[in-house]
Design a protein around this ligand. Structure first.
Ligand SMILES: Cc1cc2nc3c(=O)[nH]c(=O)nc-3n(C[C@H](O)[C@H](O)[C@H](O)COP(=O)(O)OP(=O)(O)OC[C@H]3O[C@@H](n4cnc5c(N)ncnc54)[C@H](O)[C@@H]3O)c2cc1C
Length: 345
């Protein structure tokens, strides 16, 4: 019988990360649809609490590689652990959440097992024993559905594409597998994690709403003056009230290097678009941004889009948004923040 294996890292919490639970949800559906066994492979310092959290997922086996040397993200030890689990479970399909940690490992793992790997997978469909994946190309402009004959097939599933698995906590019996990581595989040590301050505060992948600011916030307004400090305070205020994630157009984040008025809460990490990111949020609100094609390709996975722009002929007006408010974003956001403040008071 075929086996679908889900790989997870057990990081600092006992509860597996949301992306891991999403990948588990997908793996469980694929296993059910194909009549395959589901196996769970855990890697980390200690595994039992995380295994117990997903005890009710229907897996026929819980395999684990445990130990201090498998706690930190490091290609050498991560691939050795994943390989040991795969050799024990003999899976046909291996699914991992597309975290930076697993993305780094899946190609090497597939090579070691004589299989194939696909990354940036956004959907998995199984019917009549056949598994198909969906993947986007050319910066989310083209969608392809793929099948492979080679096995094992190692698949890294992007976050936010599948409902997370939910079920009963229980007592899982974890079968420990020995992974040998040679000395050369453990010579890298993670000494700490540094996150840009603005990223910590403003990039929130799990937020329901994406708020995008464009270069218009720093342009001369009707009074012939720029109003960058007020723009910054309006945007900050909105983010504090709503916990929205903050995105930017390329023009706005590029301004700092051109010596023009800037919003200090913005870095290139906030940039959305062809050369920026493609985040997933239920709703998006764009302000003072023109909505040009290279920017709007980053909105591919935003379900409901709205934009505020003074220009009725802006790019958003050409079918790129559900609702366009032709209005002054300063006025709109002043009013919106006042309403939010009243609501919170
Ligand atoms: C190869 C390539 C890749 C690119 N990749 C990206 C990318 O990844 N992401 C990206 O964003 N761009 C990208 N660009 C750049 C993109 O083409 C645009 O230049 C950029 O998105 C424009 O940014 P903007 O809309 O903020 O600025 P602008 O084009 O200057 O637009 C500012 C807007 O603000 C409006 N405005 C001004 N004041 C107000 C006000 N008070 N109220 C309401 N509206 C107001 C104006 O009407 C105007 O529409 C790329 C370009 C190329 C060539």
């Amino acid at each position: 019988m075929d086996t679908v294996l889900i790989l997870m890292h057990v990081e600092k919490d006992a509860v597996p990360a949301k992306s891991a639970l999403e990948a588990l949800g997908a793996a469980s559906e694929v296993a059910n649809a194909c009549g395959a066994d589901l196996a769970v492979g855990l890697v980390g310092e200690s595994l039992q609490p995380a295994a117990n959290h997903i005890a009710g997922c229907g897996a026929s086996q819980f395999l684990g590689v445990a130990g201090a040397e498998f706690k930190q993200a490091r290609y050498g030890s991560d691939v050795a652990a994943a390989e040991a689990i795969c050799r024990a479970a003999k899976p046909t399909i291996v699914i991992a959440p597309a975290t930076s940690r697993w993305n780094r490992v899946v190609a090497g793992l597939a090579h070691r097992l004589g299989g194939r790997a696909d990354t940036h997978v956004t959907d998995l469909v199984a019917a009549n024993g056949e598994v198909k994946i969906t993947r986007w190309y050319y910066r989310q402009r083209m969608e392809a559905v793929l099948q492979r004959t080679q096995r094992p097939w190692v698949i890294a599933l992007e976050a936010g594409c599948h409902a997370p698995w939910k079920g009963d906590v229980g007592a899982a019996k974890v079968e420990l597998v020995t992974a040998t990581a040679p000395a050369a595989a453990t010579r890298t040590t993670v000494t700490g994690v540094k996150t840009p301050a603005s990223g910590q505060q403003t990039i929130r992948p799990d937020a329901e709403l994406l708020f995008v600011a464009g270069a218009g916030w720093t342009k001369k307004q009707a009074d012939g003056q720029t109003h960058a400090p007020e723009a910054e305070s309006l945007i900050r205020g909105f983010l504090q009230f709503t916990n929205a994630s903050l995105g930017s157009s390329k023009s706005l984040v590029d301004l700092s290097k051109d010596g023009q008025p800037v919003l200090t809460l913005m870095t290139h990490l906030n940039q959305i678009g062809q050369t920026g990111s493609t985040p997933r949020h239920l709703k998006g609100l764009s302000t003072c941004c023109h909505g040009e094609e290279p920017h709007a390709v980053g909105w591919r996975f935003i379900t409901e889009r709205r934009a505020v722009n003074l220009d009725p002929n802006c790019g958003w007006a050409r079918g790129k948004t559900d609702v366009l408010y032709v209005a002054d974003a300063f006025e709109v956001m002043r009013k919106v923040n006042a309403l939010l403040a009243a609501k919170h008071a």
